[in-house]
Design a protein around this ligand. Structure first.
Ligand code: PMP
Length: 428
């Protein structure tokens, strides 16, 4: 649907050799009932597909490309660093500089270890929390995505306090039973759970601002409650800031909310578009990792010079006055225009935005958790998505995703986008 002939041909061929034609499911555009376009190149705020059509992009490779696509500071860095070798499996100085930057910027992180994806970061943080506390149970929240390791691929059962059911075939029930799923923003359910099982719980893992069910924000005091209840019962609090870390400011959500989780997980922005992940936090917990401690964790390509140098180049740009403050300015410009447009059109909606992250919901009700998200009108989203894509605006092909603005976007890009939105909303 709506893609050019070269994309269609590539997708048909891909499907014969790659499951679903894609190497990550959401890229298949199934949620919006269509087929993906294939990318020829991307530069700044724009992506050009193999059929020659150009789009203003609001995904930025799902978060990493916060400076826009292929910024010279990153491509030049990669080019230069690669000349001296792309991976050694032996320590290199960029790893030390990356660790220094992360520990300087994020006060809760005293020590940090690099890995290659957000999935590895959260999986390792969970193992570490279990090893440190010598407890097995973990708590996650409905609608929060933490990558695809077995313990974390669990969504809610029918009751808030029931044991988890696997959300994916292939996850043994025994694993899933150690993951308890609660609704996000429900402090009472959390208190009840800890009063019953607190001494058995190793950790709470939470997307501090959940960005995998659209973009859900915590109710006042909710994140403080997570901190105090874990402290009270000797469990660890793990902030998954794979999406929000180094995007919503130098110290992510924990910086904005002035919170101190025990462990944090990162990825995306810190790799400058190359595969990366990291987890870090309290030194006494991190020191449980091999080779100093008994919790094993490793990676052939972890800390490779290309990802480290690309990430450092990106962080350096963000640290300039033209970094986070400019992203906030662009975000506000977009939000103001979009609110005015939706009101003018009289379309029921909620718009959540912090800095350069946003989600427009086609429902006018409070969005506290995934149950609320599921109430929105998906048919309208679908029509809106395709109408925008037709006119050269690329939004996430799913109503459960967050939109990202980059430093390469201009006010003119945002205004052009709003005018496409206006046309799209008139046709649906
Ligand atoms: N945590 C969060 C909050 C994420 O958004 C994602 C991926 N979007 C992950 C973990 C997993 O990261 P990766 O895809 O790099 O494994």
């Amino acid at each position: 649907m709506h893609t050019g002939p070269i994309s269609q041909k590539l997708f048909a061929t891909a499907k014969t050799m790659i499951p679903g034609g894609v190497n990550s499911p959401v890229r298949a555009f199934r949620n919006v009932g269509g087929e993906p376009f294939f990318v020829r190149r991307a530069k700044g705020s724009r992506i050009t597909d193999v059929d020659g059509k150009t789009y203003i992009d609001y995904i930025g490779s799902w978060g990493p490309n916060i400076l826009g696509h292929a910024p010279a500071v990153i491509t030049n860095t990669i080019h230069e660093v690669a000349k001296d070798g792309v991976s050694f499996g032996i320590p290199n100085p960029y790893e030390v500089e990356m660790a220094r930057t992360i520990t300087d910027w994020v006060p809760s992180v005293e020590k940090v270890r690099m890995c290659n994806s957000g999935t590895e970061a959260t999986m390792s943080a969970i193992r570490l929390a279990r090893g440190f506390t010598k407890r097995d149970l973990i708590v996650k929240f409905d609608g929060c995505y933490h990558g695809h390791s077995d313990s974390l691929l669990v969504a809610a059962g029918s009751g808030a306090l029931t044991h988890g059911e696997p959300d994916s075939a292939g996850v043994p029930k025994d694993f899933a039973q150690n993951t308890i799923v609660l609704p996000y923003n429900d402090a009472e359910a959390l208190t009840a759970l800890f009063e019953e099982k607190g001494e058995l719980i190793a950790a709470i893992i939470v997307e501090s601002y959940p960005a995998n069910a659209g973009f859900v924000l915590p109710q006042p005091g909710y994140l403080d409650h997570l901190t105090s209840i874990t402290r009270k019962f000797g469990a660890l609090l793990i902030f998954d800031e794979v999406m929000t870390g180094f995007r919503l400011g130098k110290a992510g959500v924990q910086g904005l909310e002035n919170l101190t989780p025990d462990l944090s997980c990162f990825g995306k922005v810190i790799g400058g578009g190359l595969p990366v992940g990291a987890f870090g936090g309290r030194a006494d917990v991190m020191d449980m990792l091999a080779p100093d401690g008994p919790v094993y964790q490793a990676g052939t390509l972890s800390g490779n010079p290309l990802a480290m140098a690309a990430g450092l180049a990106q962080l350096k740009e963000l640290n300039k006055p033209s970094g986070y403050a400019r992203l906030d300015q662009l975000g506000l410009h977009f939000e103001t225009g979009l609110r005015a447009l939706m009101t003018e059109k009289g379309i029921p909606h909620r718009l959540n935005r912090v800095g350069s992250m946003f989600c427009l919901y086609f429902i006018d009700e409070e969005i506290r958790n995934v149950t609320d998200v599921l109430k929105q009108d998906f048919e309208i989203f679908n029509k809106f998505f395709w109408a925008c894509l037709d006119k050269g605006i690329y939004l996430a092909p799913s109503p459960y995703e967050t939109g990202f603005i980059s430093l390469a976007h201009t006010e003119a890009d945002l205004d052009d986008t709003l005018s496409v939105f206006s046309d799209a909303l008139s046709t649906i």
